[in-house]
Ligand binder design. Structure first.
Ligand SMILES: Nc1nc2c(c(=O)[nH]1)N[C@@H](CN(C=O)c1ccc(C(=O)N[C@@H](CCC(=O)O)C(=O)O)cc1)CN2
Length: 295
């Protein structure tokens, strides 16, 4: 038996369609400001997608580009001006920042009510305390994909998240906990990692190590939500060519798992869909609009 593939591209398109429907019913247009510092090619691609998909969902998108030589003060002054701009509902600072800039300090400048990435300390605190707030996009996407495979009720499932990053691992663990899952966070110092992974009903590798999770790390029938998006050399495609792979060895895990996300086309597209959803939620909260149903 081979695992059923979880179609992240399709699920993310459904989320974006719901966002677009919700936007039509609002009394005004939510606005997202995207800040890109420097010219990292991957970040440029992601920012272009964010701008295009924000507009396709019927929202306003404002793109701010700063040079790689921008100072910490210039980045933080721009964020402060976006905080003060009442027409802006969401602020996204594209990561990573160029070397020499302090990401944490810059993120902390974002008004938590406009923090559509869910990365400020206030957003993290709200998530930890189970209070309403804006949730980090990639982890939110993981939960939505798990539900698309297993149904709305994830309670009692044992989730093993591999990785403890602030962007994915820790918030993913908290989001699955909020779904009444039993959660284990595994990491580089975890003893007998394969054995821990084999206890998971839902396995969420988020470490950025290509093909690390092997088939014999997966409990038969388990759901594998692969957060890793790693570019590796692909000499079979020609000299200098590359391809994307996840943190799980797909060919090895697919015969064992019950459901599995591919890379590309799994968790990645959910990140932007959840960002658009957060932009609507931020606009509704800030402007006192009632929250659209079904979002
Ligand atoms: N401020 C943030 N910066 C970054 C985040 C984030 O959530 N907030 N996440 C990543 C990059 N990212 C969005 O910004 C992102 C990554 C991947 C994808 C995606 O759809 N990937 C495709 C493959 C794309 C390709 O061919 O390269 C897939 O997995 O199918 C979307 C968004 C780091 N920075």
């Amino acid at each position: 038996m081979s695992a059923q593939r979880i179609d992240g591209t399709g699920v993310s398109a459904d989320v974006r369609a719901k966002v677009a429907e919700a936007v039509k019913a609002l009394p005004g247009q939510p606005a997202l400001a995207v800040v890109l510092v420097g010219e990292d090619p991957a970040s440029q691609v992601y920012v272009r997608s964010k701008v295009r998909l924000t507009e396709e969902a019927g929202m306003v998108s404002v793109h701010h580009q700063l040079p790689a030589t921008a100072t910490q003060a210039e980045v933080e002054d721009l964020i402060a001006s976006l905080n003060a701009d009442d027409t802006i509902d969401g602020i996204l600072l594209q990561l990573p920042l160029p070397k020499g800039l302090d990401e944490h300090s810059a993120i902390e400048c974002i008004d938590p009510d406009k923090d559509v990435d869910g990365l400020t300390e206030v957003s993290a605190g709200r998530l930890t305390l189970g209070k309403p707030g804006l949730r980090p996009c990639t982890p939110n996407g993981c939960v939505i994909l798990a539900k698309s495979a297993l149904g709305e009720d994830l309670s009692g499932k044992h989730v093993v998240v591999i990785g403890r990053s602030i962007l994915v691992g820790k918030p993913a663990a908290l989001l699955f906990l909020a779904e009444n899952c039993t959660v284990t966070i595994a990491h580089s110092r975890t003893a007998d990692l394969p054995a821990v992974c084999r206890t998971a009903d839902i396995l969420v590798p988020a470490v950025g190590r290509p093909n690390m999770v092997k088939g014999d790390w997966v409990k038969p029938g388990a759901t594998l939500i692969d957060v890793g998006i790693n570019r590796i050399p692909a000499p079979e495609k020609g000299e200098g060519k590359t391809r994307l792979v996840g943190d799980a060895d797909f060919a090895d895990c697919e015969p064992v798992a019950g459901h599995i996300t591919p890379v590309p086309g799994g968790v990645g597209p959910m990140t932007i869909a959840c960002l658009l959803r957060n932009t609507v939620l931020a606009a509704c909260t800030r402007r006192g609009w009632s929250m659209p149903e079904g979002l």
